[in-house]
Design a protein around this ligand. Structure first.
Ligand code: SF4
Length: 243
């Protein structure tokens, strides 16, 4: 805990502010890579993006959205055909069930429109906080949380912004230390940083704009080393993390 150590807390806040400023400069134009024309299409694309690259999802959704352009069309699609339509994205049986179930619920409970609240979105089949945050932030400009995908999770841990193991706990830690006004842009920028610089294997630390703030053990020893710092607030851990 840092409550009794104002100096340490201040250093942590300054470090977070420095990281945010660098990401903002480096990735000022960060945009979501999933192609979409409206909130419904982004919802479907995000469900399909689980364990799949955005490029592959875009290839699939270009045809999918031509074939099924509304919740009504997708809700009544023959499920076997739908499975084949989304097959290249992997886990195609589950994903076909999820996107069809979400479409049906949108029709039946939400008057055919993608709901605009976290509470309603996470009721849809195949939708958890990550997908809901993507749709809320991108389509409705609402910051109700922080998107934590594999890139955000990895970068946040390497930068010592969290030590949590699950997306839910990582999101809680980040929401405590990143100003709400930056939640949407922080996710987009961190995803780009993780995809192009702080890669899972062999991160490009020598080209990294936040190298001075990084405590990762994966850095080469001759690069500037930040002191490990306890970030201002951590999610209390009572049990091991399992999702
Ligand atoms: S210095 Fe390396 S490990 Fe640290 S954030 Fe940058 S790329 Fe990632």
């Amino acid at each position: 805990m840092t409550a009794g150590f104002p100096g340490r807390r201040k250093r942590s806040e300054q470090r977070v502010a420095a990281i945010l400023a660098v990401l903002d400069r480096r990735f000022a134009d960060a945009r979501i890579a999933l192609e979409h024309g409206n909130a419904f299409e982004l919802l479907i694309a995000t469900i399909l993006s689980a364990q799949c690259t955005d490029q592959r999802v875009n290839l699939v959704t270009r045809d999918l959205f031509r074939k099924y352009s509304t919740p009504k069309a997708l809700a009544s699609a023959p499920v076997r055909e739908l499975e084949q339509d989304v097959r290249p994205t992997g886990f195609y049986r589950n994903k076909a069930r999820s996107i069809q179930g979400a479409s049906r619920m949108i029709l039946e409970r939400f008057d055919g429109k993608v709901p605009e609240t976290m509470e309603a979105l996470i009721q849809l089949p195949g939708v958890a906080r990550k997908t809901a945050n993507v749709v809320l932030g991108t389509c409705f400009g609402k910051a109700e949380g922080i998107v934590v995908d594999t890139h955000v999770a990895r970068v946040a841990r390497r930068l010592d912004l969290t030590d949590a193991a699950t997306a839910e706990r990582i999101e809680q830690d980040l929401m405590r230390i990143v100003p709400r006004s930056r939640w949407i842009s922080f996710s987009l920028q961190t995803i780009l940083h993780g995809r192009h610089v702080c890669r899972a294997r062999r991160p490009l630390c020598r080209q990294c704009p936040v190298v001075k703030e990084c405590t990762s053990r994966e850095k080469a020893p001759d690069l500037p080393q930040a002191k490990p710092s306890r970030t201002p607030a951590r999610t209390p851990r009572k049990q091991p993390d399992h999702d």
